[in-house]
Design a binder for this molecule. Sequence first.
Ligand code: ACO
Length: 709
Amino acid sequence: MEKASLSKSEKKYSLDSLFNPKAVAVIGASRKEGSIGYMIVKGLKEGGFEGKIYPINPNADEILGIKCYPSILDVPGEVSFAVIAVPQKLVLEVVEQCGKKGMGGVTVISSGFAEVGNIEAEKALREICDRYNMWLVGPNIIGTLSNPAKCNASFSPQLPYPGNIAFVSQSGALLIGLIGQTVIKKIGMSHVISNGNMAGLDFADFVEALDKDEHTKVICLYIEGFKDGRRFLEAAKRCSKPIVALKAGVSKRGEIATRSHTGSLAGSPKVYKSLFRQAGVLQAFTVPGLFHRAEALAHLNPMRGDNLLIITNGGGIGVLATDAAEYYGIPLQEPPKDLQDAMRKWMPEFGSPRNPVDITGMGDRESYAGALRDALTHPWTDGVVVLYCETAQTDPMDIAQGIYQVIQETKTEKPVVVAYVGGERSEAAGEWLIQHGIPFYDDPEFTMSSMGTLRERGRYLERSKANGEFEPFEVDREGVRQILDRVRSESRLSLTEYEAGMVFKCYGLPYIKSVIVNNEHEAVGAARAMGFPLALKILSPDILHKTEAKGVVLNISSEDGVRAAFDAIMHNARAYKPDARIQGILIQKMARPGPTEVIMGASKDPQFGPVVMFGLGGIFVEVLKDVSFRAAPISPAEALEMIKEIKSYEIIKGYRGKKPKHVEYLAETISRLSQLITDFPEIKEIDANPAMLYEDDLDIVDALITLEE
Ligand code: ACO
């Protein structure tokens, strides 16, 4: 049943047929025990799928006692989706038949497509699905699993443990392994999707669909790369549910590319970190970390402030948790006196009511419950971590039940997570807590990575409300258009510094005052008008590396110096490139003493499109790679977040008696820069490097713009 073809942007699939299927066909259902086509039918049957199962195999009458059909076109009833598990060369033909039959979509298990360079076949597969308006998951996947429908449409031996975390993974093998772990560790999943080559649905589509899914509270992603990173960021920003992502491939290789040059920073792990943060995507760095974070987000509210209280019966575990709290961005604060007084009631003389609250090894159910109740009902507290080391005289289960009772009684909205270090009794108590919806860990570090994530989610919700959307500035677009057209008409891809500076001016970026002079006489006149000290720079479309051509003289403090510099620069430029078109010499005021050198840039990331970059100049960028990114365009408030994200922010903020720099102006400038790269897609790269940031001003002293070919 061929439907009117929709363009990509119009296409809106409903994934209800995937998440809530009524009938599933397995094309390539096999009689061979243990084969993939056999395991899929077995998975559906033994997983308890209550809908219809239609095995398709022209050579078989029945498989596992279920009637077989020679082709999908012979199936009498409606089909929600088909799992395709025939060899690659048969895939296009059977998918075409699925289209004719009319169904929601197909999941293609078969390998042999783009992952082995067979791009054409993958394109054809996509085209067939588009033609019939069917969604496409895969190819090259293990399949999909949905707990609400008990639908194991994959070759995983089992469904995951039921719950409300959805998991979309680009790695199939990893996914099969993790499904087993969810059962052992009781990590509850709603839907598990292997998305393989992502020829059809990609991460953005799943985020959108799972946001609407009533069985899902948290979305977990294992990502190797994106087809369209920008679409993903936009979907993530719109998503009302927390997303936790484990991004593979964030190793040294990406880091090595990190230089002060904006273009080479693109695609680096820093880009992911910054852009995920911008879109509210919480990052995990290990598989257990992904699940710990997801568990906490699935059961608890975000942490709405920075005041975390630790209640512990052991000093060591408390110190470890304190260190971890700082590492995960929620350093412990001293609680107010009345809260400390309240804590004193629940500990012997030798306990400590400060943070961590140490109720000592004597701490039993009554003291844990009492301290937790007082902590949760005090307005200062935003979240509590309860730590317990198993002792002979206390009962871990009794304490767990006390913790649960307080959470119930107080009806607290504040997050509480628990870690026990102990033996079998502790493990049993932990299982009991998990069954009662309280995140439980066997390590204090895990409690803090979870709590840190809850705080990060809380901060994101506050920030996204406050930062607002980008609102364009009033700028001189026509002025920029004319400069770019002139450069193009001369078949150039690079603007001279002066041209780039003028583009900056059109967008309100504070390029330092500059004058072009054509002879010594003009140079001296300009110098008199500007005042010393000055910088002289060669201006030629054919000399981009001015310093290499000895075309720059700095710190000139006299008229004689101006004359000498003019002569030297002209001489050097001719020697460097005799046929260079020289447009004159640029005279600029030297920057005042005392600025902090910063760099700003913009470029096109291959995955995310236009991005802006910020960092401190010199070793901070070149050695420490201390930079942050955002997908453009961004509001000044978001730019401020970006500035605060770098580790060396203290230097801008002011320290040891030094005054803070003009951060608001800097943020507005970055926001304007983000508008420039967005408004002119033909711009490939922009560098404002360096820019001099003062307590009351900002001057960009070098400007570079290159165009796309
Ligand atoms: N329609 C339906 N069934 C058909 C058709 C047809 N037109 N033609 C043949 N069949 C039947 C066959 O008769 C066979 O059934 P039988 O065993 O009862 O005779 C069945 O379909 C399967 O066909 P085979 O030729 O036996 O294919 P095989 O099982 O060897 O392989 C598979 C098919 C599994 C799809 C394989 O080609 C493949 O791609 N394997 C890789 C899958 C994979 O690893 N995916 C990625 C996972 S991600 C990860 O990292 C693990």
